[in-house]
Design a protein around this ligand. Sequence first.
Ligand SMILES: CC(C)(COP(=O)(O)OP(=O)(O)OC[C@H]1O[C@@H](n2cnc3c(N)ncnc32)[C@H](O)[C@@H]1OP(=O)(O)O)[C@@H](O)C(=O)NCCC(=O)NCCS
Length: 267
Amino acid sequence: MAERKLKLSPLDPVWSRVCDEAEAAIKDDPLLGGLIHSSLLHHATMEQALAYRFSFKLASPEMGEQILREIADQAYRDDPDLGAAARADLMAVFDRDPACHRYLQPILFFKGYQAVQAYRIGHWLWTHGRRDLAYFVQMRVSEVFGVDIHPAAKVGRGIMIDHAHSIVIGETAVVGDNVSMLHSVTLGGTGKEDGDRHPKIGDGVLIGAGAKVLGNISIGHCSRIAAGSVVLQDVPPCKTVAGVPARVVGEAGCSNPSLTMDQVIGD
Ligand SMILES: CC(C)(COP(=O)(O)OP(=O)(O)OC[C@H]1O[C@@H](n2cnc3c(N)ncnc32)[C@H](O)[C@@H]1OP(=O)(O)O)[C@@H](O)C(=O)NCCC(=O)NCCS
């Protein structure tokens, strides 16, 4: 008697959802078929789709798609954290960007998401001693997406960069997990310091459009920086700061960090 083989469904709910959305999008508008097949449905995994997107968007006459694809495939194979971070970023954009209604939007259309994934490959190159290739990726991401993140900067997971024009993140900056920033944010030096000279951004911080955070200062977790502010001093956790120079104008985040999650959500 022939043995019946059970097909296992892939244990990747994020990628499965992207593929479901991709099929629905083609049904809605068959003219998208080429783009969606080549970018998403043609690939077995999210990592392969991201590697394709990375190489397609960043290829230039100086460095073709095939070399960039090899680099990205190697990075995703070598470091499973890259794929995990890509999924966390996707969920962050979906959760926090009111204009994001489907998981496929960031992968296909949002330059902030694509720039962060490309930075992650540049950072992998940097940490593997391939610094000139990392600089090349930084340059192309800046040229193509208008997002300039130094490959040595350390960026956590669950990052949302909305709109993403003119983002600058300097060499010694550290960005925690679940940070959101809008366009034209600078995490820069003051121009007066060498060495470790860039901001350290805590988990869960929101940085409004056009805000400049300058110097080796710390922004405490869950704080918010109002649009257009210039922040020159440490910000404690769970505060809202605004203005030039920025001053504390209110509270932010969870008002009582000792509450359990059940107490915060309520019954
Ligand atoms: C800071 C922010 C998160 C609001 O926080 P909030 O705690 O709700 O603050 P409030 O609106 O109650 O304002 C508190 C004080 O800060 C001031 N303030 C708020 N945003 C400010 C800004 N960007 N610049 C200067 N002052 C600002 C308010 O006027 C108010 O001052 P007052 O107490 O003297 O009246 C919000 O103003 C912000 O900047 N969000 C970023 C949005 C963004 O980047 N949008 C771009 C979309 S493309």
